[in-house]
Write a protein that binds this ligand. Structure first.
Ligand code: GLC
Ligand code: CA
Length: 553
């Protein structure tokens, strides 16, 4: 058996603080709101809470643009509120992971305010400044949020790099003073007692060159991929971080890195030199059409594509590295809308089916707040309903230039935009779903009368209770955590199936990915004990629409 570790046995629950629970009626979720709901999370059974950024920020990217790494955004509360939250989490035997956003800071961080003042400012090379080329940016890179990755700054007649929004200048990790400052700050939070870090776009910190990148057909900008994604330099910085900070504590570390399975094996190798695990993007990105529009499409996820990718990650990492498994987070639409069926007939069944598929795989599962209720996309119809910088910049680039029809773009946004996952948590049937007594910062999904925590906690058949059972199963059965992974029925057009094995124990997972009845005789002879299913009765020979069933032999 693999070496045991608490972060391998844990289930992580991600909280997007702005949308979780508002305790003071200003329409914005906050730390005290989280504290008030800790018993709900404890009852669900999760072991670890990861909280997205709550630091001071001008909020161009909802807190992923930090202007003070050691503070609390007053919108979210005070440092006393944070300390209380942390101790209440610990008092319930849970752990807390925080977000580390250090590829870039906010343009309002004092470091950057200094840096942009003059070319000889002591903080100048804390960021990446370059001369333009004949009145153009230093190279052809496009930012992840559309437009050029370079912003011209008149004061000093140079450009600075921002792989995300212009308000998110990239820190210069090549400067040892930057690394010292980051590592000091990390140590400071560790000494406060946090239990780990989720590391935002950590695969981008090591910039190796500034050469033009290839432009996709029909694209407007070049890719920075080969110059600043998963470079040797990034691995060197992570190893330095490991030695100088991480190794001194017992932490869960998860890098938002993406990349290939080979890259994942380097980042999350079981030798413990870098991170515990990374988030893969492949299954989410694979749904892009592969055009210059990138993620903006209304392509529907097909079983074949998703299965090929997830199974490859399972088999390639096992025994070499540790996996994280997830379908949702604050950057993805709601999983039941994207991969399942969010109509009234099959929402509950398909939400349970997707949960089964992910939670019984090899790796640490992540639940994104509201996923455990089967929350759905909101499907905004008006640009003004959106709040996300990514949406507005994409609109400017593609609709503004006349390359995409507004109606098409609105359809892509409705399908894929991040705001789908950022609508407030649906707690109960009172006004604004019990999220706030004020005006929510983003609209509440109108379906909260049917989908909300209060009703689901009362209903033993709800998505919520199904997640409880899945989490409990992981805690009870070592085969879920440490078992091998054997893909089954790899060509089946309707059924996703796999088996886990440990010490002679076998767990077989069968999932019908479709709304039709699927023929399936796989376990008819050796059924074993049914430990979980989203149907009361299993019919031999078939899987009913979106049926998920788990056998133990
Ligand atoms: C990560 C975050 C995302 C953010 C981006 C820039 O991808 O998850 O929300 O916009 O980094 O920090
Ligand atoms: Ca509030």
């Amino acid at each position: 058996m693999e070496t045991r570790a608490w972060w391998k046995e844990a289930v992580v629950y991600q909280i997007y603080p702005r949308s979780f629970a508002d305790s003071n009626g200003d329409g914005i979720g906050d730390l005290n709101g989280i504290t008030q709901h800790l018993d709900y999370l404890k009852d669900l059974g999760v072991d670890v809470i990861w909280i997205s950024p709550f630091y001071p920020s001008p909020n161009y990217d909802n807190g992923y643009d930090i202007s003070d790494y050691r503070g609390i955004n007053p919108e979210f509360g005070t440092m006393e509120d944070f300390d209380r939250l942390l101790s209440e989490v610990h008092a319930r035997g849970m752990k807390m992971v925080i977000d580390l956003v250090v590829n870039h800071s906010s343009s309002e961080h004092p470091f950057f305010i200094e840096s942009r003042k003059s070319r000889d400012n002591p903080y100048r090379d804390w960021y990446i400044w370059k001369d333009g080329k004949n009145g153009n940016p230093p190279n052809n890179w496009g930012s992840c949020f559309s437009g050029s990755a370079w912003q011209y700054d008149e004061a000093t007649d140079q450009y600075y790099l921002h792989l995300f929004a212009p308000q998110q200048p990239d820190l210069n990790w090549a400067n040892p003073k930057v690394r010292d400052a980051v590592f000091d700050m990390m140590t400071w939070w560790c000494d406060k007692g946090i239990d780990g870090y989720r590391m935002d776009v950590i695969g981008m910190i090591g910039k190796e060159n500034f050469d033009d990148g290839p432009v996709a057909p029909g694209g407007l900008y070049g890719s920075f991929e080969s110059s600043c994604q998963h470079t040797q330099t990034t691995h060197r910085y992570i190893r330095e971080m490991r030695e100088r900070v991480l190794d001194r504590y017992d932490l869960l570390t998860v890098g938002e890195a993406g990349g290939t399975v080979e890259q994942a094996v380097r980042y999350a190798s079981l030798d413990g030199k870098e991170l515990n695990m990374i988030f893969s993007f492949e299954h989410n990105d694979a749904l892009n059409d592969g055009t210059a529009l990138g993620k903006w499409s209304d392509h529907q996820a097909q079983l074949q594509e998703v299965r090929e990718i997830l199974n490859r990650w399972q088999t390639a990492l096992i025994g070499k590295a540790w996996n994280s498994v997830y379908l949702s987070n604050h950057d993805q639409p709601r999983q039941v809308s994207r991969y399942g069926n969010d109509g009234p007939l099959y929402r509950v069944r398909s939400a349970k089916m997707l949960a089964t598929l992910i939670h019984l795989m090899h790796g640490t599962p992540y639940i994104y707040n509201g996923e455990e209720l089967g929350m759905t996309n909101i499907y905004f119809t008006d640009l003004e309903q959106y709040r996300d910088v990514e949406v507005f910049n994409a609109w400017k680039q593609w609709v503004g230039s006349g390359l995409v029809h507004p109606e098409d773009m609105m359809r892509y946004f409705a399908k894929i935009s991040r705001d789908n996952a950022r609508t407030p948590m649906q707690w109960d049937t009172t006004k604004h779903a019990g999220f706030t007594t004020g005006t929510p910062w983003i609209e509440v999904n109108r379906n909260y009368l049917e989908i909300n925590a209060a009703d689901e906690v009362r209903d033993p058949d709800s998505v919520y209770h199904y997640y409880r059972k899945l989490i409990a199963l992981r805690h009870e059965q070592k085969v879920v955590v440490y078992g091998s992974f054997v893909p089954l029925l790899e060509d089946d057009p309707m059924v996703y199936a796999y088996c886990r094995e440990l010490d002679g124990k076998q767990m077989t997972v069968l999932c019908n990915w479709t709304q039709k009845t699927a023929p399936c005789t796989l376990k008819d002879e050796t059924a074993g004990e049914i430990v979980l299913s989203n149907y009361a009765l299993h019919q031999p020979g078939v899987l009913q629409p979106y049926e998920a069933i788990v056998f133990l032999n």
